[in-house]
Design a protein around this ligand. Sequence first.
Ligand SMILES: Cc1cc2nc3c(=O)[nH]c(=O)nc-3n(C[C@H](O)[C@H](O)[C@H](O)COP(=O)(O)OP(=O)(O)OC[C@H]3O[C@@H](n4cnc5c(N)ncnc54)[C@H](O)[C@@H]3O)c2cc1C
Length: 373
Amino acid sequence: MDLSYSPEELAFRDEVRAWLAKNLPAGLKDKGHYSKEELLRWHRILAKQGWVAPAWPKEWGGTGWNVVQRYIFEEELGYAGGPPLIPFGLTMCAPVLLRFGTEAQKKRFLPRIYQGEDLWCQGYSEPGSGSDLASLKTRATLKDNQYLVNGQKIWTTLAHYADWIFCLVRTHPTGEKRQEGISFLLIDMNSPGITVRPLMLMDGAHEVNEVFFDDVQVPAQNLVHEEGKGWTVAKYLLGHERMNTGRIGESKRQLAKLKEFASSTIKNNARFRDRLSRLEIELIALEITNLRFLDRMRRTGQPPGADVSMLKIKGTEIQQGLTELALECTDPLAGDEKSLALQKKYLSMRKTTIYAGSNEIQRNIIAKMTLGL
Ligand SMILES: Cc1cc2nc3c(=O)[nH]c(=O)nc-3n(C[C@H](O)[C@H](O)[C@H](O)COP(=O)(O)OP(=O)(O)OC[C@H]3O[C@@H](n4cnc5c(N)ncnc54)[C@H](O)[C@@H]3O)c2cc1C
């Protein structure tokens, strides 16, 4: 097993790092929340460089980088501290279209996702159907080449910014297997009958929404894959969703900032020092685990499978742990800008162990896949 970078990979890392240092606008660094314009600005800078969708096939704008280069790039992006790339179009809908879409769907949607002309959101969860996704109730009935969609989605991240939503809908009544009869539909957010209502998160941010569908008409050509086979598409997409939840580069940046911010606590508080060291060791262990998966992918060409769940669990626990330590160094009553930002960050990171499939569900996946339970 080879866990070190080759001289070529190190040169590639330096090239990416230098480019980011030059091209990431200072005003976009380390902001907790970004406006739609800020998110799209960074997306378009990367698109212009040809780096916004490294994993796509080259004919659609991919870079042709191997898995290690893609990992290095993601880590450097996170470490640079810029706005996140919105994953719903780039790393969720696009891989689905590339795998299951028609040529017409690919031609229509992929270039617009690449250029940041369409922003997408993900319509999977419903009230009562989050972990138990197969119980979803939003219905779509086909009539005269149009689906009529009725129902509700919840926790829909950035629905208030989005131009399109990909949705799991029930096209056939629940049968013996609940996973059957679900379909994957692409829906224009400007369609009549769609209402978006904000849900405020506990850090005060408007990031997620409820989305209501009231007799929304969707052309039949917006169905992806076969009718009733949406669960296959959904599972394929979830694997992609969890690939980037480890966020090692971003955690390294947070760790470096915490060490700087907490320097006097580190000096005077042995217990704090202990916990910080433990977290740093866990981060190094996560990185090595990630490199191990990459080495295997590089050698076998096989996707990581249930291992992705391990990255999600440890990555999000580390992200939360870092904000917990940072919070301990702030005075809750100080009210200064820095303390408030850290308090908000702490609250904001509570969500990471819930979204993209809660960590309890990830543990179930690992148990099932690796222990055969
Ligand atoms: C900030 C944020 C953004 C989100 N963005 C989106 C989005 O853009 N699109 C979208 O579709 N969804 C989104 N979600 C929804 C997210 O996927 C769900 O919240 C998540 O799947 C959990 O579902 P739930 O909220 O219904 O909780 P439930 O499924 O009701 O779970 C409640 C608790 O029970 C635990 N639990 C449930 N079942 C089991 C089990 N079998 N074994 C052990 N423990 C279990 C869970 O881990 C959790 O702790 C987002 C959520 C958050 C918090």
